[in-house]
Unconditional design. Structure first.
Length: 227
């Protein structure tokens, strides 16, 4: 399942992050790629040793973890610190699947990548091409979202970024080890939680059916979560 989530960043947060990125040094993105994906990856990234990277990562993780829809979709146990990429002048990232295990730079801690996330930091009208294409059971989906919006999809998916033919595309990308490893279970939990939120708005938090469904949601988490 692929979930798009609007407004992870508000206008001020987006502007602050873009100001830092516009001053930063960018380097060849193959630094963080696996062997297969390095052969098809043509973009730039904020280097792992960049002095501005920790500040950018902190701002983004704070925004993500305070966003209820993102939390409900990803159910994070661990978040790999977000990275930032930039495509321009025909750059692209050919079809690949992301590494299953990634090491947190500087820590050595390993994270299993269950969920992939791309958070768009350029407005769609500022570039042509640069679509994120994700293959799934229902065919390939093409994603290009407004700045500050994100997409969450199973990290098991083959995906690519199409060549950019005008302008500059800046985004953040990162992975989550989810408390719920199985994508089908995460999808059920997300759908149930979304319905509970919707019923809460019409019936109120303490309506008997809302209370019962909330209990079922938490009991399903108890069955399936690894923490
Ligand atoms: Ni990838």
């Amino acid at each position: 399942m692929l979930i798009t989530i609007p407004d992870i960043l508000d206008t001020a947060e987006l502007r602050g992050i873009r100001e830092i990125l516009d001053q930063a040094e960018w380097r060849d993105g193959r630094e963080t790629a696996g062997t297969q994906s390095a052969q098809v990856k043509r973009n730039l990234q904020i280097p792992l040793d960049s002095p501005v990277l920790p500040e950018l990562q902190g701002r983004l993780v704070r925004a993500l973890t305070s966003h209820p829809t993102w939390m409900s979709a990803a159910l994070p146990a661990q978040i790999l610190p977000p990275l930032f990429n930039r495509y321009e002048g025909g750059q692209d990232f050919g079809i690949h699947v992301d590494n299953a295990i990634r090491v947190v730079p500087g820590e050595g801690r390993q994270i299993r990548t269950d969920v992939s996330c791309t958070l768009f930091l350029s407005e769609p009208e500022d570039y042509d091409g640069g679509e994120l294409i994700v293959e799934g059971h229902y065919g390939a989906q093409s994603i290009k979202l407004p700045a500050g919006h994100a997409v969450v999809y199973p990290a098991t998916s083959l995906h690519e970024v199409t060549p950019i033919t005008r302008g500059v595309r800046i985004a953040s990308f990162f992975w989550v080890q989810s408390m719920v490893r199985d994508a089908a279970r995460r999808e059920l939990l997300f759908d149930l939680d979304s319905s509970i939120q919707s019923l809460t708005r019409t019936l109120g938090t303490n309506a008997a059916d809302v209370v019962r469904l909330t209990g079922i949601y938490h009991n399903m988490i108890r069955q399936w979560a690894e923490v």
